[in-house]
Design a protein around this ligand. Structure first.
Ligand code: PMV
Length: 327
């Protein structure tokens, strides 16, 4: 009744932005991501307790942090039987600071889903794990498997066909590097959950965004298949721009960009003219993630530091979420 699992965060190159069902966390469009190692979250779940207890990074979780975890536990109780499982103790810890600018929620809900199912005696099932993780945080469904994952939006109202699947494993393109350029540690003004909702409800550009993003998925897969950094980098940049453009078109406008974000973006463009093959993507925050290969890694890191990045978090493509202890 006790299991421990680890999962990595992920960075989307074709972003998820906007839900068609807020409760089930179903997206309007498909998305594609790279799994980020060495960063990881380790989560232990033990069933058979008298009440649910949730500890995140050494602190007892409260409010929405706690209720989102309890919701995952409750979904499993519905599936397996509340009388069989009882309540659970959850202890989760990330090895990267929240200030890394990468949501630990994706890795956290992925590790939670894998550990909670394993502790309940269920066999590994990446589809079921991905669907369960999705209910905690949409992007978490892409952290069950390593390498490159695609979250297909699905068509069903119950969300049973909305989950992520691996398209390439982490051995496909080992030279790929992703660097998080930490230009700000301030908490963002608009959480992605709210930013998405306001964008869907008010941005006149939203329908164009969903159509375009969906069409980029097969092109991204082809570029990764060919290990074509230039095509993938250009695609990743325009997809990030278009996500931010649709958010900027919302009412009130949502702007995650800061002056230093733009500095990194412009410097990358200039560096490419000098032969440094490095590109950016940008989540719902100011810290660009630079996409490059081992060959250009040092130059890309230096560029980020020159633009004022206090820290550069170096990542490569990671593997699957795993159960590390069970029993
Ligand atoms: O899963 P959430 O609610 O953390 O939303 C993630 C949204 C983005 O990071 C901006 C894009 C993505 O696909 O990860």
């Amino acid at each position: 009744m006790r299991s421990q699992a680890v999962a990595h965060p992920n960075i989307a190159l074709v972003k998820y932005w906007g839900k068609r069902d807020e409760r089930l966390i179903l997206p309007h469009q498909s998305s594609l991501s790279l799994t980020l190692a060495p960063l990881k979250v380790t989560t232990t779940v033990e069933w058979g307790k008298a009440a649910d207890e949730v500890e995140l990074n050494g602190k007892v979780a409260e409010g929405s942090e706690r209720s989102r975890v309890v919701e995952i536990l409750s979904l499993l109780r519905e599936q397996v039987g509340a009388s069989k499982l009882g309540f659970a103790k959850v202890v989760s810890r990330g090895d990267f600071p929240a200030s890394a600018g990468l949501a630990s929620s994706a890795a956290g809900f992925a590790a939670l889903s894998v550990a909670a199912r394993a502790a309940a005696g269920l066999p590994r099932d990446v589809r079921a794990e991905s669907i369960l993780a999705r209910r905690g945080s949409g992007s978490a469904c892409r952290s069950i498997q390593g390498g490159v994952c695609v979250w297909r939006r699905g068509e069903r109202a119950d969300g049973e066909d909305s989950f992520a699947e691996q398209v390439f494993d982490n051995k496909h393109w080992p030279e790929l590097r992703m660097f998080v350029a930490m230009i700000s540690r301030e908490e963002k003004e608009t959480k992605s959950r709210d930013g998405m909702r306001i964008t869907v409800e008010t941005s006149p550009y939203y329908p164009a965004w969903t159509k375009d993003a969906e069409a980029e998925i097969p092109r991204a897969i082809d570029a990764i298949k060919a290990r074509d950094l230039e095509t993938l980098g250009e695609l990743s940049e325009r997809n990030a721009w278009r996500m931010h453009a649709t958010a900027l078109g919302a009412n009130p406008p949502i702007c995650y960009l800061m002056p230093k974000t733009l500095e990194v973006i412009h410097r990358l463009r200039a560096a490419r003219r000098d032969g440094v093959m490095a590109y950016f993507t940008l989540d719902a925050g100011p810290n660009p993630v630079i996409l490059t290969t081992e060959k250009h890694a040092a130059a890309a890191e230096q560029l980020a530091r020159e633009c004022g990045a206090g820290d550069v978090v170096r990542c490569h493509v990671g593997g699957d979420a795993e159960v590390i202890t069970a029993g």
